[in-house]
Design a protein around this ligand. Structure first.
Ligand code: ADP
Ligand code: ZN
Ligand code: ZN
Length: 736
């Protein structure tokens, strides 16, 4: 027996399989997806590898072939389906198969198979209820009654958890156990598994007619063409309830479900709803969980203990053997694209996974990506719309635009327009809550000298430092470099150093000055600390412990706060002027999403959008709620300009420490692509042309034919990579 093995070392030069012989003692263990230890290289050093094929002969001569040394696990890390997915990812995202396999494999694998521990659990017996009824009110037995009540509520729970919740429970449990009022037993569970102790709430929601129609269309699509199914439904239209219904159906068929959310720590309410509805067969995979906890989630999915997993993009790779559905909520979110190699787009990858495993892909959003709407318009995606809120009595908010140029003319230099200030004052008076959004953390955009115009920039990156009032220092948001705030200009020596623009911290300071009595919370990358930092801020705000929540993107996600009646977008221009082809799309989505945060309850909400470009089309479309018009115009614009999704584009990044070498290599790349007949834009420096001392250039390739373009990019990549690396330059193709 022989096996083809991919080594764990990720390098383009060894991005192919190696044949190994399998000794008879290991034959029963070696299967696709197993990790193996193999000798590699001239010195035969032992390395980790992954089996991708098992064969009964090999082309390698018998005297040359080496033997697999050992097999550490007793279960495979990936299935054949997952291997197919990894092979597709390798091609699509220009990464090594090794990296792709590691991406789909669980994190936190250990070199031993014993992942389980014995844990003591308690559960009620048939005598429990009687005891509670008989002894309730008896002071001497109150502790025992409390213990039993808790155990009944959760059906079963770890003894340790019970002790944590009720002081002195240990003695009570002993007494109760001896008389048969409670059962203590041992359960074999994965070590470090997070026990979700949620109350058993089974109040089911009856779907309304609109929601039922969506389910019917989905059933039909699934039976017939099974294209990706896009639900375009405004915030609060009941998409989450639809997802839950779909999952119930899939589970009834004996299949499993994956739900992707953009950032799980920001969507505790939504995840809570899934956990409550599906109880123990649902699990959360969390980017801030330990490796071990994430591994346990993976293993429980593999062992069939869990049928629904909710998580960020990496949850896509759960080892289900009969996947029925993948649901991607807020499918337009940028967070679904990985920043690390392989730079996979989870939406695309999910589509491939569903194709391989025969599952249904459901996308949902209040503001779908232009790409999905475009694909729906050419019949590649099945599209359904929901444009009413599910809850009776909740009404859509009014949206107003404030022209900040007029404010300036009137001598108002503050972050807040008069209209917004008045609106805040009124809400505070009426004890209603306010959310203020600004797409930038810190204090101000940049620090510059008023006298000579010098802007203080990071020495390692081509960006200006940001001022942070809390520390009084300047920080580079790319490399983290921090310096003291200069008192005089380093160029001309003048003391006219000023701060321009604004961020979350500056907005917070101004609010505190304007409304000293208001209770303010801030949520951004600086204020959120630790595993539960963001959940804690959201919990406080939800409990009414603050009047105003100021934040970055983090607050734009799906939070449902009934008492919020005012949403302020402080600087809509920040997302308009990113210099990217999709800045209009991002601005439209942002305003529409933020508007969805206002007036989720019975009170009418109001949204105020502050901008220097009040006539901008994206802003106007969002304000008027002209959804159809927005997508139509945006697609026409992309078509006219030859931008994605109407034209396929690939971006090739070229980076290195030596500026001249980088520019030379970028030119060579462009020339090479032009020679083989591709349409090339650039080379040009990237939007941020230097990060951490690395110069960054790029070449964009356009093509009507996706395959031809990918082949061309792959060809250039293969030809040039090694030569460039010798000159200290790295080439990195990306799909757009
Ligand atoms: P979305 O995911 O589209 O934002 P949700 O599913 O969260 O919408 O629904 C918004 C609110 O309406 C939630 O509080 C939900 O419980 C409620 N809701 C949804 N569907 C129904 C229904 N059919 N009947 C009553 N309430 C519903
Ligand atoms: Zn100066
Ligand atoms: Zn820097």
């Amino acid at each position: 027996m022989f096996a083809q093995v991919i080594l764990s070392i990720s390098h383009m030069d060894i991005d192919h399989v190696f044949d190994y012989a399998v000794g008879s003692d290991l034959e029963y263990k070696v299967k696709i997806g197993m990790r193996v230890r193999v000798p590699f290289g001239i010195r035969g050093e032992e390395r980790e590898g992954y089996v991708v094929k098992v064969m009964d002969k090999s082309d390698v001569p018998a005297d040359k072939i080496k033997y697999i040394v050992s097999v550490p696990d007793d279960f495979p890390m990936f299935s054949e389906n997952m291997l197919s997915l990894a092979l597709w990812m390798r091609q699509r995202y220009f990464a090594t198969l090794s990296k792709c396999l590691q991406t789909i494999m669980p994190s936190g694998i250990k070199d031993k198979t014993d992942y389980y521990v014995n844990v003591k659990y308690v559960r009620p017996t048939d005598k429990t209820k009687g005891f509670i009824e008989a002894c309730d009110g008896d002071k001497r037995k109150q502790k025992q009654v409390d213990v039993l009540r808790t155990v009944v509520r959760y059906k079963e729970m770890p003894l340790a958890e019970l002790k944590k919740r009720i002081g002195g429970a240990e003695y009570a449990v002993k007494t109760l156990r001896n008389s048969g009022y409670i059962e203590v037993y041992t359960k074999r569970v994965l070590a470090d598994t997070q026990v979700t102790m949620l109350e058993d709430v089974s109040a089911l929601v009856e779907l309304n007619d609109g929601q039922k129609r969506v389910i019917a269309k989905w059933e039909m699509e699934r039976a017939e063409k099974n294209r990706p199914f896009l639900i375009h439904g405004i915030t609060g239209s009941g998409k989450t309830e639809i997802y839950i219904k779909m999952i119930e159906k899939v589970i009834a068929e004996g299949k499993q479900a994956i739900v992707l959310v953009p950032e799980i720590s920001l969507t505790p309410l939504m995840t809570g709803r899934f956990l409550r509805r599906f109880g123990n067969i649902a699990a959360v995979s969390h980017s801030k969980m330990t490796y071990r906890e994430r591994f346990n989630c993976w293993k429980r999915a593999k062992d069939g203990e869990v049928s629904v997993v909710i998580g960020p993009r990496s949850a896509l790779f759960m080892p289900f053997d009969n996947l029925g559905i993948v649901i991607i909520d807020e499918e337009h979110e940028k967070g679904y694209v990985s920043e690390n190699a392989p730079a996979y787009d989870a939406v695309e990858t999910a589509e491939k996974l569903c194709e391989i495993s025969g599952a249904s892909l459901v996308l949902g959003s209040a503001t779908p990506s232009v790409k999905s709407i475009y694909r729906a318009s050419i019949g590649e995606i099945k599209y359904v719309r929901l444009d009413k809120r599910a809850k009776e009595g909740s009404i859509e908010p009014d949206i107003d635009v404030v022209d900040m140029r007029e404010e300036l003319k009137d001598g108002n230099r503050s972050v807040f327009s008069k209209a917004l200030r008045d609106a805040i004052e009124e809400r505070l008076k009426n004890k209603q809550q306010i959310m203020l959004f600004i797409n930038r953390r810190g204090y101000s955009t940049f620090v510059s000298c008023r006298y000579c115009g010098y802007v203080i920039k990071c020495g390692h990156c081509d960006v200006s430092y940001k001022y942070h009032a809390s520390t009084g220092k300047l920080t580079c948001h790319y490399c983290g470099d921090t310096i003291d705030r200069p008192k005089t200009c380093p160029v001309c020596g003048s003391d006219k150093i000023r701060y321009f623009g604004s961020g979350t911290q500056k907005a917070e300071d101004e609010i505190k000055k304007l409304f000293p009595e208001a209770r303010v919370l801030r949520m951004d990358a600086d204020s959120v600390k630790g595993k539960n930092g963001s959940a804690e801020i959201l919990r406080k705000f939800g409990n009414g412990e603050a009047d105003i929540l100021i934040g970055t993107q983090m607050i734009a996600k799906g939070h449902d706060f009934e008492n919020v009646t005012l949403v302020g977008i402080l600087a809509a221009d920040l997302s308009l002027n990113t210099g990217e082809y999709d800045s209009g799309e991002r601005t439209y989505q942002l305003i529409t999403q933020m508007a969805g945060r206002a007036g989720r309850g019975k009170l009418r909400g109001r949204v105020i959008v502050q901008t220097y470009e009040p006539d901008n089309e994206a802003i106007q479309s969002a304000v008027k709620g002209d959804t159809r018009g927005f997508y139509k115009r945006e697609i026409e614009y992309r078509q006219r300009m030859g931008y994605p999704p109407c034209t396929e584009c690939s971006k090739i990044e070229i980076v290195g420490m030596d500026e001249k070498n980088v520019i030379d290599c970028a030119k060579e790349t462009a020339d090479c692509l032009t020679t083989i007949g591709m349409t090339v834009l650039g080379p040009v420096p990237q939007a941020i042309s230097k990060i951490k001392d690395e110069y960054r250039w790029m070449v964009t390739v356009k093509g009507d034919n996706t395959n031809r373009m990918r082949e061309a990019v792959a060809k250039v990549y293969d030809e040039k990579r090694q030569g460039f690396e010798n000159r200290g330059v790295y080439i990195n193709p990306k799909t757009m």
